[in-house]
Design a protein around this ligand. Structure first.
Ligand code: UGA
Length: 439
């Protein structure tokens, strides 16, 4: 099938490459010429495990091309996926729809034959119905240019696998023709037994924001209990393990610590409660404000515990930060809790040196005042405290004894509950973790 993927960020680039990998003829579209040039040469413009191999394969096969022209896309595609970003609107909690609106307006005018436009971006409920009307109004073929909504659930770091082997496919469709076209697009996934759920447009939009809200709530739930553990001397890691073994609860997304960041969960829950208020449903989604509050308190708590470990002041102290990305296996620093903490500590008079496996370049351009190191041991040289803020596997494999030798004082705060504290303590470290007893 001839498919276009409009917007080649973390979502669109992976979707385009995966659609080509399962055999479709794919045209990726973006307004960013540098990004398009890189992708056309088979180079991903960001770090995502598995994507370079996938791009190389499709490059060789020749069924994935890129362009900056929406007119060319309209001419080429039978199915058009819209994958552009919906960031938080400046000065508001609502989603900024300008990229989605620009794509729909730009594309619809060129749609000269029947086709399916498929929204994948995360949008406020009600958007799809509005866009369907807009396409019918602008397109030369009217309602024969149909709209469907197919939310995306991929996670950065495992995006390729999540796309090729999704837990489920959700399709908000207005006709059997639309549902059937997307069955054909996703035929290999359906053959592998992936559940395929057809809903109306509003339900499909809501499935996405509800899933992200549930995940955010689960993380903030365990972090709220972590606050109680900190006040009572209980241990959040043992507690989470114990409740996670209840199969109704489950252990995934139950790791307490510095909390969630990234380009999705924070802005999606905010856009959802903002939309709830617009709909007169503020009370129904008021708990999401609390989820947000709990999450933001974790950053302050990390700073407070670190300061306490330094006897009350950061002034003139050397702080090593392990991790800058919002999560491991990603170079994405959007709303990164790690960099938020690092920057705040720097402003309190510390000398902060940051290490990350993949996100250093992005971190350096967003936070030029911080210092950066290419090796964890370099970041820890002369440190008065080491803060473990993003749980890259590499940090769990560090030799605590060797690392202690390069620090000024071997103190570590594990804000991700991922290090083996007993091992670090045995190597001479004063080690603390969020939500766990001090020693
Ligand atoms: C999230 C959702 O998991 C995806 O399903 C969704 O498609 C995506 O948003 C999106 O809307 O595009 P992502 O932002 O890539 O994916 O990252 P997650 O794996 O969800 O992690 C989010 C944050 O939660 C990270 O900062 C992570 O460190 C934190 N987290 C995760 C915890 O603090 N504790 C946990 O137990 C799990």
């Amino acid at each position: 099938m001839r498919i276009t993927v409009i917007g080649t960020g973390y979502l669109g680039a992976v979707h385009a490459a995966c659609m080509a990998d399962i055999g479709h003829e794919v045209l990726g579209v973006d307004v960013d010429e540098a990004k398009i040039a890189a992708l056309a040469e088979g180079r991903p413009p960001f770090f995502e495990p598995g994507l370079p191999d996938l791009l190389a394969r499709t490059h060789e096969r020749g069924n994935l091309r890129f362009t900056t022209s929406l007119a060319e896309a309209a001419e080429f595609g039978e199915v058009h996926f819209v994958c552009v970003g919906t960031p938080q609107l400046k000065g508001s909690h609502a989603a900024d729809m300008k990229h989605v609106d620009a794509v729909i307006d730009g594309l619809a005018r060129h749609l000269h034959r029947p086709c399916l436009v498929v929204g994948k971006s995360t949008v406020p409920v009600g958007t799809a119905a509005r866009l369907a009307r807009r396409i019918a109004e602008l397109s030369p073929v009217g309602a024969a240019a149909e709209l469907a909504w197919n939310p995306e659930f991929l996670r950065e770091g495992t995006a390729v696998l999540d796309t090729l082997e999704p837990d489920r496919l959700v399709v908000g469709a207005q006709s059997e023709r639309a549902a059937q076209l997307l069955r054909e697009v996703y035929a290999p996934m359906l053959a592998a037994g992936t559940p395929y759920l057809v809903t109306d447009l509003a339900t499909a939009e809501l499935v996405k924001v509800s899933a992200n809200s549930f995940l955010a709530t689960k993380i903030s739930f365990i972090n709220a209990i972590s606050e109680v553990c900190e006040a009572t001397g209980a241990d959040i890691v043992e507690l989470a393990q114990a409740i996670g073994l209840d199969s109704r609860i489950g252990s995934k997304f139950l790791t307490a610590g510095l909390g969630f960041g990234g380009g999705c969960l924070p802005k999606d829950i905010r856009a959802f409660y903002a939309r709830g208020e617009e709909l007169g449903l503020g009370r129904s989604l008021a708990f999401l404000r609390e989820v947000d509050e709990i999450n933001m308190r974790r950053r302050q708590r990390t700073i407070d515990v670190a300061r306490e470990m330094l006897d009350g002041s950061f002034l003139g102290r050397r702080v090593a930060v392990l991790g800058a990305a919002f999560k491991p296996d990603s170079d994405d620093i959007r709303d990164s809790p790690a960099l938020n903490v690092a920057a705040a500590i720097h402003l309190q008079g510390a000398h902060v040196c940051v290490h990350d496996e993949e996100a250093i370049d992005n971190a350096r351009s967003a936070y030029p005042a911080l210092d950066y190191a290419l090796e964890p041991a370099k970041a820890c040289e002369g440190a008065d405290i080491v803060l473990h803020l993003t749980e890259w596997k590499q940090y769990r494999e560090l030799d605590p004894a060797a690392l202690a030798a390069v620090t000024n004082v071997p103190r570590v705060l594990d804000a991700r509950n991922a290090l083996d504290l007993a091992q670090w303590r045995a190597a001479g470290w004063t080690a603390r973790a969020l939500g766990r007893p001090a020693a």
